[in-house]
Design a binder for this molecule. Sequence first.
Ligand SMILES: Nc1ncnc2c1ncn2[C@@H]1O[C@H](COP(=O)(O)OP(=O)(O)OP(=O)(O)O)[C@@H](O)[C@H]1O
Ligand SMILES: CC(C)(CO)[C@@H](O)C(=O)[O-]
Ligand code: BAL
Length: 300
Amino acid sequence: MKVVRTISELRREITAFRSTDAEGRAVGFVPTMGYLHEGHASLLRRSAQENGLTVLSVFVNPIQFGPNEDLDKYPRNEERDLQVAVEAGADLVFMPSVVEMYPRPRVTTVAVTEVTDRLCGASRPGHFDGVATVVTKLFNIVQPDRAYFGLKDAQQIAVIERMTQDLNIPVEIVPCPIVREADGLAMSSRNVYLSAAEREQALVLSRSLSRAGEWIGEGLTADRIVARLKDEIGSVPLANIEYVEILTYPNLVPVAEGQPLIHIGDSLLIALAVRFGNTRLIDNRLLIPKEVGAELCSVK
Ligand SMILES: Nc1ncnc2c1ncn2[C@@H]1O[C@H](COP(=O)(O)OP(=O)(O)OP(=O)(O)O)[C@@H](O)[C@H]1O
Ligand SMILES: CC(C)(CO)[C@@H](O)C(=O)[O-]
Ligand code: BAL
């Protein structure tokens, strides 16, 4: 595994791979903000299985953080990241500085509308402009055949899929299932911020999302299920709900009112963002039509 810090070095390595790989194998790309965990490792392993070269980027992208967010304290550990990366099958790790990625004042922004109107797009203004802009830059730098993203950030996948279609970026977006701790908590670099009491109470997120599947089976409508989720999460003393929403996926629009969800033909996303102290956690459950009311959709 090789570590590179400049765009020119990275391009040299990828060009060398493409021009010398006798079988013409594909380039897979896993963009991250580092502090790697098993969720990131699952994306790397999948890429390593499906491609001849797996490129990992580790870059805490300042332009996707709001002014009062956790950019300065976002967890970092380069040494551990490299260990996780090598074990999961990364071939090339791109760890650029902020100056390497943004060498001068930026006058260009990639803005994706509509699919960013709700959920994290609404609660983190400007966040997805920052994500779409850096992901476009990274796609242009790496020029991968496939890029791997986790469904924990389901809206991010919807945004990037739409962006690559609208802008004809020649990359296949591969959505990958959410990896959870044994007790159900979705893995996240931000879990490290949680106190023991917050960590314990945060289990309400995965627990209530599982119950929502049962409520769909009982024939409840979206507003009833949202109300029940809010009651269940709200009853946990340390939880502060930012949003709980049920939307169609990947268009991310509200479902028709008054209709039992079990009868809706679209894929559905049940998504939530909840604060425990200063830590903002997200989690979701994606259901595909034949499985509405039954199993969690797992994207193969
Ligand atoms: N638990 C998980 N399962 C699967 N993929 C994940 C998981 N957590 C993060 N990812 C994916 O890893 C990629 C990089 O995400 P990122 O580095 O922001 O990690 P993170 O743990 O989500 O961090 P945080 O939520 O604290 O920002 C994204 O595509 C993200 O969806
Ligand atoms: C895709 C991404 C690496 C862009 O900074 C980030 O939003 C993330 O880690 O999900
Ligand atoms: N995985 C999402 C990155 C962020 O929270 O900024």
